[in-house]
Every structure is written in structure tokens, then in C-alpha cells.
Design a binder for this molecule. Structure first.
Ligand SMILES: Cc1ncc(C[n+]2csc(CCOP(=O)(O)OP(=O)(O)O)c2C)c(N)n1
Ligand code: SF4
Ligand SMILES: [Mg+2]
Length: 290
């Protein structure tokens, strides 16, 4: 007899911790969308891990009743890689901010994309360092005044979606924290996707970017055309570096082996008749005189 299937409600994933985010912070919307997506997928809390770096957004694992770890600035994906290698059977979700993922953690994003690590990464993009009180981040638009750029940000901004597509992520989406319905569907699809799923969520910081950030983002929102083909990489790139509009939806989705598949293939080759060299033979390759 098979075990009865457990169903969950979004509230089942709440912990006793009350989020310490400022009232009106966009991250509340992301958390709610995640609760809903997890409930619709009936994710078992004991088989799910949520990892983050450091930042306001990186507090999220504490608010979800799964295994989780609020780790070190920029290292959410390094931890996610380790968990997935040790326990490929688990659902692994990484979360964090634009500073965490695009500045100090930028190289981890690039390598997770190209490896097609089977992890879902939700980036809460408020275009600012929120926790440390409003300094310029890699996604801060050029010219914007911040606590660390009084005369306006002199740097060109990065588009995380463009970066993810160009470095090999096999699922790339852009969402808005104020659009719960579409964001929930996007996160659900990202978790279901086999391979690296990158979801860049525009998530306003009311404290350091003001109310205008929410209004500005909302006014620019547009959805992908109904006949949009997400398997076409070139079409996906056309929706990056937008200025007057902000297109949300799943921009790119492709198949392909994950890094886990590739390593497993090598393991099988080594086991099935492949000659495994001895330590001495390996050393002799470097020191022929041995
Ligand atoms: C190695 C290291 N460098 C810098 C910091 C300081 N620091 C903490 S959070 C943060 C940036 C947070 O910005 P973001 O990742 O965008 O998250 P947000 O607070 O905006 O959600 C920085 C620079 C740190 N904790 N560790
Ligand atoms: S400082 Fe900004 S990002 Fe941090 S909790 Fe407040 S509104 Fe959210
Ligand atoms: Mg930020």
C-alpha cells in the first residue's frame, strides 16, 4: 500500500520567526510566492534546503520551515553546490540579493550557470545594498544617487538575466515581487526545471530606494507575447538591458545534462571496465623519473 500523498498549504511553510524586513519591502512578496509555489509542488520540508548569503533578502531561509542556512556574503551558490553534490536527491533553492549574487558572489553565479547545477536561484534585485544602508550595487542604474554615489552612480549596470543567459543557465526568468500570481507560477516552474534555474525578481527597497522604485518598476512592467518561444536563446537576449519597459516571464528554457549527470557518467565509465590509474602511475605522469 502506498503512503497517502501529503498536501500542504502555503502557511505550513511558515516558521515562528517574524520577518524583520521594513514594512513594504518587496521581499515579503517573494517569500509569499515561494510559500505558494512550495505548497503547490507539495515539497517535503525535510527534503528541501534553502541557502542564502548575507543581506536583508538573505534572511529568507529563517522564515521557511525547511532545512536552511543563512551563510556568508556571496556564498549561497557555493553552499548550494556542496549540498547538491552530497545529496542530489534534495530540492535545493538558493536565495539572496543583487549585491550578494552580482558583486561578491558573481563568479559563483557564472560557474553555476555553465555547469547547469540542478538548483533554483532566486535573486531579490532591489538595485542597492539594503542591509548595509544603501550603497551602490552592480544593478544600480547608471546616474542614480545612492548613499555611496552622491553625484550619481558613474558605473554601467549589469543585467543579471543577460549574464545568466550568456553563461549557460538553462532556465532564466524575470519577475516582480508585486505580481504574486505570475511570480508564484515562475518559481514553481523554476523548481520543476531540471538544471540551473535563475529567477531575477525585481524586489523594491522602500527604505533606500524610496516608494518611487515600486511605482517606476510597476509602470514599466510588460508580459511576454503569448506566442513567445522560450527555447530561442537569441529572442531571450532581446529582452535584456531594457530601459523603458521591464518584461517579465520565463525568457529562456532549454534541456541538457546537469553537472551531476556529467559526473555520474564519468563515474560509470571508471567503474565499467575503464582502467583506474594507481596513485603511482598518476605521479609518474608528472615525474617520469620516479
Ligand atoms: C565578505 C563580506 N563583505 C561585505 C559584507 C557586508 N555586507 C553585508 S550585506 C551586504 C550587501 C547586501 O546587499 P544585497 O546582497 O543586495 O542584499 P539586500 O540587503 O539588498 O537584500 C554587504 C556588502 C559582509 N557581510 N561580508
Ligand atoms: S532596507 Fe530595504 S531591502 Fe532591507 S528590509 Fe528594508 S526595505 Fe527591505
Ligand atoms: Mg540588494
Amino acid at each position: 500500500m502506498s503512503a497517502p500523498e501529503v498536501t500542504y498549504k502555503p502557511g505550513d511553510f511558515k516558521t515562528d520567526l517574524k520577518p524583520v524586513w521594513c514594512p513594504g519591502c518587496g521581499d515579503f512578496g517573494v517569500l509569499n510566492a515561494l510559500y505558494r509555489a512550495m505548497a503547490s509542488l507539495s515539497l517535503e520540508p525535510w527534503n528541501t534546503v534553502i541557502l542564502s548569503g548575507i543581506g536583508c533578502s538573505s534572511r529568507l531561509p529563517g522564515y521557511v520551515a525547511t532545512y536552511g542556512f543563512n551563510s556568508v556574503h556571496g556564498r549561497a551558490l557555493a553552499l548550494a553546490t556542496g549540498v547538491k553534490v552530497a545529496r542530489p536527491d534534495l530540492t535545493v533553492i538558493a536565495v539572496g540579493g543583487d549585491g550578494d549574487g552580482m558583486a561578491i558572489g558573481g563568479n559563483h553565479l557564472m560557474h553555476s550557470c555553465r555547469r547547469n547545477l540542478d538548483v533554483t536561484y532566486i535573486l531579490m534585485d532591489n538595485e542597492i545594498y539594503g542591509l548595509t544602508k544603501g550603497q551602490t550595487a552592480p544593478t544600480t542604474p547608471t546616474g542614480d544617487k545612492t548613499k555611496s554615489s552622491y553625484w550619481g552612480n558613474p558605473e554601467p549596470a549589469v543585467d543579471p538575466v543577460e549574464l545568466a543567459i550568456s553563461t549557460g543557465a538553462t532556465f532564466v526568468a524575470r519577475g516582480f515581487s508585486g505580481d504574486l500570481k505570475n511570480l508564484t507560477a515562475m518559481i514553481q516552474r523554476g523548481i520543476e526545471h531540471r538544471g540551473f534555474s535563475f529567477i531575477n525578481v525585481m524586489s523594491p527597497c522602500v527604505t533606500w530606494r524610496g516608494d518611487s522604485q515600486y511605482q517606476l518598476l510597476k509602470a514599466k512592467l510588460q508580459e511576454l507575447p503569448e506566442d513567445y518561444d522560450p527555447t530561442n536563446r537569441a529572442s531571450a537576449v532581446k529582452y535584456t538591458r531594457e530601459t523603458d519597459v521591464l518584461t517579465t516571464g520565463v525568457l529562456y528554457e532549454a534541456g541538457g545534462p546537469t553537472i551531476g549527470d556529467r559526473v555520474e557518467h564519468i563515474r560509470m565509465m571508471a567503474q565499467e571496465g575503464g582502467k583506474v590509474p594507481t596513485t603511482r602511475e598518476i605521479l609518474e605522469r608528472f615525474m617520469p623519473s620516479m
